[in-house]
Design a protein around this ligand. Structure first.
Ligand SMILES: Cc1ncc(COP(=O)(O)O)c(C=O)c1O
Length: 378
C-alpha cells in the first residue's frame, strides 16, 4: 500500500457531507491486485464507455456531466447487475450449486440478469418475484426475458410501490430452497441485487465489482485530464453505492458519491450501504476506514413509490433520449437523473464542477410501462 496525501475537501455547500476522513490513498494496481484474488467469470464487455453529455451540460450552463455507460455491459441488455455476477457466479460454481434462488420485484433487472448468467453455467434459475408494480399481466420486459431464458418464475403478491422486506423475502426463498434440497438439488440463495452478504453469498461479492468499476471510471476521467467532483447514481439494494464509495475513498478521497434512492428512506439505506461497504473493506483487506460521513443517500426522488412511473419520469426519459440519444429506464436511472438535475438546480453541485452519472441499465422495464409513458408524453 502506498501512503499519499489527500486533497482538501471541496469548498461548496455539500462539503463535509462525505470524505473528510484520514487521507490515505491506494493506487490502481493496489486495487487490481486485491481484487484479482477473487475468482471471476467473463460475462460482459469492459471498460464501458464514458462520454460527455455535451448538449445537456450546455443546456444547463454547467456542470460538465459525463455518463458512464454501464447500461452497455452487454449481457442481456446490460446493466450494473452483470458486473456483480462476474464475481457471484464463481461462488455458485465453487459451492457446486445446480439451482440459484433469488428474489426481487416483478420487473427485476437483477433477477433477469441472474437467470441469464446462471443458465450459461448449467445452473437452473428460480426467481421469486414480488408484485410491487401496478402493471398489466402480459409477459413483457424482464419477465418476457425470464420466460425466454426458461427461468422458473414464481410471482407473489406484495404492496405496490414498496420493496418487500429482507426477512419476508428470505423466508420465501428459504422455503423454495428447502423444497429443492428435498429433491436432492444444491440451491444457492443469493439476496436481491447481489448486495448484502446473505443466504449462500457470505461475502459482498457484488460490491467488489463496483470498487473495480470506480477504478475503471477514474482511469477514464484521468485520461481526459480530470478527477470528477461528484458521482451520481441510483441506489436500490446498496452494493453499487458501497463499491463506488469504497473505490472513491481508496483512490480519490475528494470525490463525493451521491446515491439516489428509488425505494427506501435515506437513513435506513445509508446504514445498509455502510454495512456493505465495511464488509467489502474487510473482505478485500482494503483498510480505508470508510464511515457514515462518506455515505450520502437522497430519498426525495422516490416520489410516489418504487417503480411508480410519473410524468416527471416520462419527461426526463424523453429529454435525455432527444438531447443525447441515450435511453434511461423508468424505475432507477430516470429517478437518479431527476435527482441529479435537482441538486444541480439547488446548487449542491456547483455549475463549475464535473460530474459522472452512472447509467446502471434497466431499459427492458420501459416496455411493460409503455401505457403510462405514452399517456404522460401524449
Ligand atoms: C437499473 C438499475 N440501476 C440501479 C440499481 C441499484 O443498484 P444496487 O441494487 O446495487 O443499489 C438497480 C438494482 O437495484 C438496477 O436494476
Amino acid at each position: 500500500m502506498k501512503d499519499a496525501p489527500g486533497r482538501a475537501p471541496l469548498d461548496n455547500p455539500s462539503a463535509g457531507m462525505i470524505n473528510n476522513g484520514p487521507m490515505k490513498t491506494w493506487t490502481f494496481s493496489d486495487i487490481e491486485r486485491l481484487i484479482a484474488r477473487f475468482p471471476r467469470v467473463e460475462l460482459i464487455h469492459l471498460p464501458t464507455p464514458l462520454r460527455k453529455l455535451a448538449n445537456v451540460s450546455a443546456d444547463l450552463g454547467g456542470p460538465e456531466i459525463y455518463i458512464k455507460r454501464d447500461d452497455l455491459t452487454g449481457m442481456a441488455f446490460g446493466g450494473n447487475k452483470s458486473r456483480k455476477l462476474e464475481f457471484i457466479v464463481p461462488d455458485m460454481l465453487a459451492k457446486k450449486a445446480d439451482v440459484v434462488v433469488t428474489w426481487a420485484g416483478l420487473q427485476s433487472n437483477w433477477a433477469m440478469q441472474t437467470a441469464a448468467a446462471a443458465v450459461r453455467f448449467g445452473i437452473r434459475p428460480i426467481l421469486v418475484l414480488f408484485k410491487t408494480y401496478p402493471l398489466p399481466p402480459e409477459r413483457d420486459g424482464n419477465i418476457l426475458l425470464d420466460d425466454i431464458l426458461g427461468a422458473d418464475v414464481r410471482i407473489r403478491d406484495a404492496a405496490v410501490g414498496k420493496l418487500v422486506g429482507v426477512e419476508a423475502a428470505l423466508a420465501a426463498v428459504e422455503e423454495v430452497a428447502a423444497e429443492e434440497r428435498a429433491k436432492g438439488h444444491r440451491p444457492y440463495i443469493v439476496p436481491v441485487g447481489g448486495s448484502m452478504p446473505l443466504g449462500s453469498m457470505d461475502r459482498p461479492l457484488g460490491a467488489i465489482s463496483y470498487v473495480l468499476a470506480y477504478r475503471e471510471m477514474l482511469e477514464q476521467t484521468r485520461a481526459l485530464g480530470f478527477d470528477p467532483d461528484f458521482i451520481v447514481h441510483s441506489t436500490g439494494s446498496g452494493a453499487t453505492q458501497a463499491g463506488l464509495v469504497l473505490g472513491a475513498k481508496a483512490l480519490s478521497p475528494r470525490v463525493k458519491v451521491v446515491g439516489i434512492s428509488v425505494s427506501d428512506p435515506k437513513d435506513s439505506f445509508a446504514k445498509e450501504v455502510l454495512t456493505i461497504a465495511k464488509a467489502t473493506e474487510k473482505t478485500l483487506a482494503l483498510d480505508t476506514g470508510v464511515s457514515a460521513a462518506e455515505v450520502s443517500v437522497l430519498d426525495e426522488y422516490i416520489r410516489e413509490g418504487y417503480g411508480i412511473v410519473t410524468k416527471e419520469v416520462a419527461d426526463v426519459i424523453r429529454m435525455l433520449f432527444t438531447r443525447e440519444g441515450i435511453v434511461l429506464d423508468p424505475v432507477y436511472t430516470s429517478k437518479a437523473f431527476i435527482g441529479l438535475l435537482d441538486i444541480i438546480r439547488k446548487g449542491v453541485i456547483p455549475r463549475s464542477s464535473k460530474v459522472v452519472f452512472f447509467h446502471t441499465g434497466g431499459t427492458p422495464a420501459l416496455f411493460p410501462n409503455k401505457h403510462k409513458l405514452v399517456e404522460y408524453l401524449a
